[in-house]
Design a protein around this ligand. Sequence first.
Ligand SMILES: [Cu+2]
Length: 269
Amino acid sequence: MSFFMPLLSAAAVDTATKSMSLWERMTPPEDISVHGHLIDWLFAYTTYLNIFFFALVCAGLFGFSFFYSAKRHPKAHYTYGNKKIHVIVATIIGLSVFIGIDMNITRMSNNDYIGVFANWPKEDENPLKVEVLAQQWAWNFRYAGKDGVFNTEDDVVYLNDLRLPVGRKVLFQILSKDVIHSLYFPNARRKVDAIPGRLTRLWFQPTKAGDWDIACAEMCGTYHYRMKAHLTTYSEEDFKRWMDEAEEKALSVNDPENPELFWGWRWDW
Ligand SMILES: [Cu+2]
């Protein structure tokens, strides 16, 4: 019985998605980050250009079928397609697909990666730092607490529950306890693997307060599909209020004798 219980509860969670319209299902979830639009633009650009070239190919295919049908040309015309004009037209179309789509996407994503996603927040920008420990099948989040030092007894530690402020860069360090997982913020268009024995990082800046999803995007075992956490984004003031309370609570609740509390690490890069 216990094996099937998670399946039942997942069905209950599914009712939330059932109320989505077809358009909502086909389009990305709401973007709540400063740079999410860069990823959306890459998707849109790829889609629009593919539609354009698909239409071009269809026009050629059906156009030639029409103009060169047996009715209009009873006598078959044989060609190897190796005349100069054929080679020129094929080269132009091939190159425009390769340069217009492939090379341009490579250029844009490279620029985005170097200029934004791997342009890590500097210390003087005062990013909020969060440590993430993935495990089968949950997300552990850790803030440094009052002393600002990670893996000490005043750390604020939460399970499947992440709170972030709007308007401030958030920098994550991520690690896995067991297998490879992938920390995924659909609403920020950000995703990075959580790997055992190797720290990975990710940053983004929320722009909107609300309730959002966090998912695991790497098939990580039987209950991978349940590996979901909750993201709440607050205004700067609300976040400060929440953090002050959480820090106070951590001081009274954390048990320094409990080794389980110290799964974090010192943040020194
Ligand atoms: Cu996972």
